[in-house]
Design a protein around this ligand. Structure first.
Ligand SMILES: *Cc1c(COP(=O)(O)O)cnc(C)c1O
Length: 388
């Protein structure tokens, strides 16, 4: 059996994969089984921030691999402590909990927000508001937090205690909070990623931030996709005048190894106490050593570059033939095509360009250091295909 046949025989059929099997890569290039070369505008769903097989990340990871791979959270390990220090220094947050994925980082944020409120008020003040069309993960609780019925229909019953409100409608959010005395937190993505690349407006995000602060409702920001330089700032919320109480991230921070992280500010830093949360693998030394290499290189020069490359994508594709709309920030873009996205992606693969989708859109999440020459070539091919 070849890989495709084996996969069909033995892998649970949760994905309908594209008919491509990648065998290697370097930077923003991928190679399939037949030796065909592709330019990668997806970076493994925003994970390979410095591209495939990034030298500095590989060096950090292999050095740690040969030193100490795992001992569990019953003991101290240096990469985890160093990484938490770097995160706190770069963001002004005060404590970090490490896990292995975005869903787990959000579970930790949700549990933490409820514990903060239950410790301070009473056990009924436990409701979390999330946005319609948001995405927060695939566990039963993070699915409950995900305001999209399409993800719900097969899996009732869900964790209780979530209410949904439309993005970018501040009066609706305030009305919901005024009608519900049990709200303890609001959880948002700065740009709804899986929901179709919809950035929050400044008015809405800053408005909910202010309302939440005034009412001691915690602001949880899900930076799983928008974090770690993706939007042209270190974290997506930094494009807005807001102060999150809890931030979750994953995807890019590990640079290709599973790593989730939840950050707590001065208000929430003390919420977790020994025994109240945990993870066997969380903060694994190898993943953390890699993340230290990633995070230390997300500096102002790189972020400036991210903004310029994003501007290029926007300028090239806005109003281009076959394009209805372009939305995003930094190196996170949603291109709404006139044609069906499900016919465009295979066509782009044929032409050697890897893209993602989000709802009806083509979604671009290239490596933050994608070389100009690769970006220009891929955008030119996209323009050709979109105009066909
Ligand atoms: C991908 C994603 C998640 C889920 O992350 P996993 O690592 O797949 O669990 C959660 N929130 C957002 C915003 C995401 O983009």
């Amino acid at each position: 059996m070849n890989t495709e046949e084996k996969d069909a025989a033995y892998i649970a059929h949760t994905y309908s994969r594209y008919p491509v099997c990648f065998v290697k890569g370097k930077g923003s290039h991928l190679t399939d089984e037949d030796g065909k070369d592709y330019i990668d505008l997806g970076s493994g769903i925003g994970v390979d921030i410095f591209g495939i097989a990034d030298e500095k990340w590989m060096e950090a990871v292999t050095k740690q691999l040969h030193t100490l791979n795992h001992v569990s959270n019953l003991f101290y390990t240096k990469p985890m402590a160093d990484l938490a220090e770097m995160i706190c220094h770069k963001t002004g947050m005060e404590k970090v909990f490490f896990s292995n994925s975005g869903a787990e980082a959000n579970e930790c944020a949700i549990k933490g927000a409820r514990k903060y409120s239950i410790d301070k008020y009473d056990k009924d003040r436990n409701v979390i508001v999330t946005l319609i069309n948001g995405f927060h993960g695939r566990t039963i609780t993070t699915l409950a937090a995900t305001g999209q019925e399409i993800f719900h229909k097969d899996f009732y019953p869900f964790t209780e205690g979530f209410l949904y409100t439309p993005a970018n409608d501040l009066p609706a959010f305030i009305k919901l909070c005024e009608e519900n005395p049990h709200i303890c937190a609001v959880m948002v993505e700065p740009i709804q990623g899986e929901g179709g690349v919809h950035p929050l407006t400044k008015e809405f995000f800053e408005g909910i931030g202010k309302y939440a602060k005034d009412h001691d409702i915690l602001l949880i920001v899900d930076e799983v996709q928008t974090g770690n330089g993706r939007t042209g700032k270190l974290y997506g919320y930094m494009n807005y005048d807001v102060e999150p109480d809890i931030v979750s991230t994953a995807k890019g921070i590990g640079g290709g190894l599973p790593l989730g992280a939840t950050f707590f500010n001065h208000k929430t830093a003390g919420v977790y106490t020994p025994g109240t949360h945990g993870s066997t693998f969380g903060g694994n030394p190898i993943a953390c050593a890699g993340a230290l290499s990633i995070l230390s290189r997300i500096d102002d020069a790189l972020l400036q570059d991210v903004k310029e490359k994003g501007q290029y994508i926007k300028e090239q594709l806005s109003g281009a033939k076959g394009v209805k709309s372009v939305a995003g920030m930094g190196l996170m873009w949603g291109i709404e095509p006139e044609k069906d996205v499900n016919t465009l992606v295979p066509r782009l693969l044929e032409k050697g360009v890897v893209v993602l989708t989000a709802k009806e859109k083509i979604r671009l999440l290239p490596a933050l250091n994608i070389p100009w020459e690769d970006l220009k070539q891929a955008v030119a091919i996209m323009k050709e295909v979109l105009a066909e």
